[in-house]
Design a protein around this ligand. Structure first.
Ligand SMILES: [Zn+2]
Length: 175
């Protein structure tokens, strides 16, 4: 658990960095044999809008190709419970353990764990799903994410150029 907290602190640093860069405060890292092998942070707004650049996806993309054979020994740490897109990628790539800091009852994947298609059900049975382990630190990041998202929605309303203007809750809402 102490090691989990140490690694989650690094994910928090990345979330804060993302926020300073003008993105949502979500950070993720992937570890293998007690070492950090990949890092990612939310990048959906800056430098340009990209709906897929969630912290977890960024971290998955940063893993060196030759390490994937050990994916079941990897742990992915993320400050916020993964959304369905990231959850799907994590399972498809066979990450053995997922640890998140703050629960997301609105958009997190935890609520679908009992309702997966057979392929994903087999995968999740081999995956340890642990969290929220640090709500004291990570809930405030989650709250700021929701506030930033709300502010952004007001800012862009009426601008036709923004793909989700006027949507009740854009894709950027979720980690
Ligand atoms: Zn996500």
């Amino acid at each position: 658990m102490l090691e989990d907290e140490k690694f989650m602190h690094r994910a928090i640093e990345l979330a804060l960095l993302a926020e300073r860069e003008g993105n949502l405060p979500v950070g993720a890292i992937i570890t293998l044999d007690g070492e950090v092998v990949a890092e990612g942070r939310s990048a959906i707004w800056v430098p340009e809008f990209d709906a897929t650049r969630h912290a977890e996806i960024e971290a998955l993309r940063a893993v060196q190709a030759n390490l994937w054979e050990s994916s079941d020994e990897m742990t992915l740490y993320t400050t916020l419970e993964p959304c369905l897109m990231c959850f799907g990628s994590i399972l498809l790539h066979g990450i053995g353990r997922v640890v998140f800091g703050s629960a997301d009852s609105y958009g997190g994947a935890g609520s679908v764990l009992e309702h997966l298609p057979p392929y994903f059900q087999e995968r999740i049975e081999k995956t340890q799903w642990l969290g929220p382990i640090m709500p004291g630190e990570c809930d405030s990041l989650h709250e700021r994410l929701l506030a930033l998202e709300e502010a952004r929605r007001w800012q862009v309303q009426g601008e036709d150029a923004f793909p989700f203007a006027g949507a009740d809750r854009g894709c950027g809402a979720i980690s």
